[in-house]
Design a protein around this ligand. Structure first.
Ligand code: OVM
Length: 400
């Protein structure tokens, strides 16, 4: 550890190395304990990993902007891999119209009608894994299947090409990290995937009743421009699949590894919503995002100059013992509200209600049909520069 001129501790820890991606928790503890702000020498960027500073960075959009990209790349100096998102990679005032249009379309009230069909779909899916035997893969047989069934339908996509959705999201979340490594390895496979995604965002390729059509209807009303509509649809297709797959896998993992908490859920379904929040607090499907300082910014007593990248460790904040007693425990007695798994402030996940609804549908179907759920093997991680997910999670269930 060395001290720079601003008294910020510096470390050569690389959060995007395969070792750290495979098991980030020790690195998170190191970063939290080094200080409120640290300098990551490998990338010459700053980082915050404690809850207080992550929360502060997330909620100060004037001091820490998103418009220069929320990955390692600084859009004011490097060309982004695709036209920037109008939501994720924009600041007020440009961010405001796309955000308010999408927030209305994705509000709990507007989405309510989807619940009965999603519950029925989840029942069929859980029945099917039960019929196939006592063991199944919670990732490939459940957590991937459910969102890929219900979400593209809700958006209004056609049937063909849906296999492009997971690879596109996987790449987009990798692209927030360094260009070498995972991104460089995947890049050659991307042009056809990117082409398919772009086609699906056009009005004529979306059903007339889905979420995609509602975004285009907002352009008809003049709430957004016709040029903005396809990019907002693209945001749904980018951020709406891999994330919910990971969130559903996280809550299955939590109950499979905490049989006592599963039994509590069976006895009291009033704890269901909390179980999901607690699972995403612990796993934090989206681990990190960057911001870029607009001017000189003070965080945790340190001064960071203008135009600098700051990496926010959402996952580390969600396990910061300074904020969460017994932080590593999945505990249904805890109030997990205030977690930053969906971010905080202006950019807080606009799709979080859909994510909750999907997870609730799966959990309720499991509670209806399943008496016990436990791991039947060691889960295998899927490495991604931003997402903390799994490739495989063997589980054993017993029908209720
Ligand atoms: C977007 C978007 C929003 C949130 C996360 C994300 C790839 C993308 O608007 O495209 O990750």
């Amino acid at each position: 550890m060395t001290l720079t001129a601003t008294a910020v501790p510096s470390t050569d820890l690389d959060p995007f190395s395969p070792e750290v991606l495979a098991d980030p928790l020790p690195a998170h503890e190191t970063l939290r304990d080094l200080g409120p702000v640290v300098h990551l020498a490998a990338y010459d960027v700053y980082a915050v990993a404690r809850y207080a500073e992550v929360h502060r960075a997330l909620t100060d959009w004037q001091g820490l902007r998103s418009g220069a990209g929320v990955g390692l790349a600084d859009f004011s100096r490097e060309t982004p891999w695709r036209p920037p998102s109008l939501l994720l990679e924009a600041d007020p005032p440009r961010h405001d119209a796309p955000r308010s249009v999408l927030a209305k379309i994705l509000s709990p009230r507007k989405l309510r009608g989807l619940t009965p069909q999603w519950r029925a779909d989840a029942d069929v899916l859980v029945d099917r894994v039960l019929a196939a035997g006592a063991e199944f893969d919670a990732v490939t047989d459940l957590a991937e299947v459910f969102p890929l069934r219900v979400f593209p339908d809700a958006v209004g996509l056609g049937e063909s090409g849906r296999e492009n959705l997971l690879p596109y999201g996987d790449f987009a979340f990798n692209a927030f990290g360094p260009r070498e490594g995972i991104v460089a390895a995947l890049e050659p496979t991307m042009p056809s995937v990117i082409g398919w995604i772009g086609e699906q965002c056009r009005r004529e390729n979306l059903s007339e009743t889905g979420i995609g059509a509602q975004i285009w209807a907002a352009a008809d009303r003049g709430d957004i421009t016709p040029e903005q509509a396809p990019l907002i649809v693209r945001s749904l297709l980018t951020a709406g699949v891999d994330t919910t797959v990971t969130g559903i896998a996280a809550v299955v993992h939590a109950v499979a590894t905490h049989p006592d908490q599963w039994q509590r859920l069976r006895a009291d379904r009033g704890l269901l919503a909390r179980a999901f929040e607690e699972a995403v607090r612990l796993e934090s499907p989206v681990q990190t995002f960057f911001r870029t300082t607009t001017s000189e910014v003070e965080i945790g007593g340190a001064v960071i100059g203008p135009g600098r990248k700051v990496l926010m460790f959402l996952g580390a904040a969600n396990r910061d013992p300074r904020r969460w007693p017994d932080a590593d425990r999945f505990d249904l007695d805890r109030d997990p509200s205030g977690h930053v798994a969906f971010g905080m402030g202006l950019h807080q996940c606009v799709g979080q209600h859909i994510a909750r609804m999907e997870a609730m549908a799966v959990l309720e179907a499991l509670l209806d049909h399943v008496q016990s759920v436990e791991l039947a093997g060691v889960p295998r991680r899927h490495l991604n520069n931003t997402l903390r997910g799994w490739e495989s999670m063997p589980v054993r269930i017993q029908a209720a």
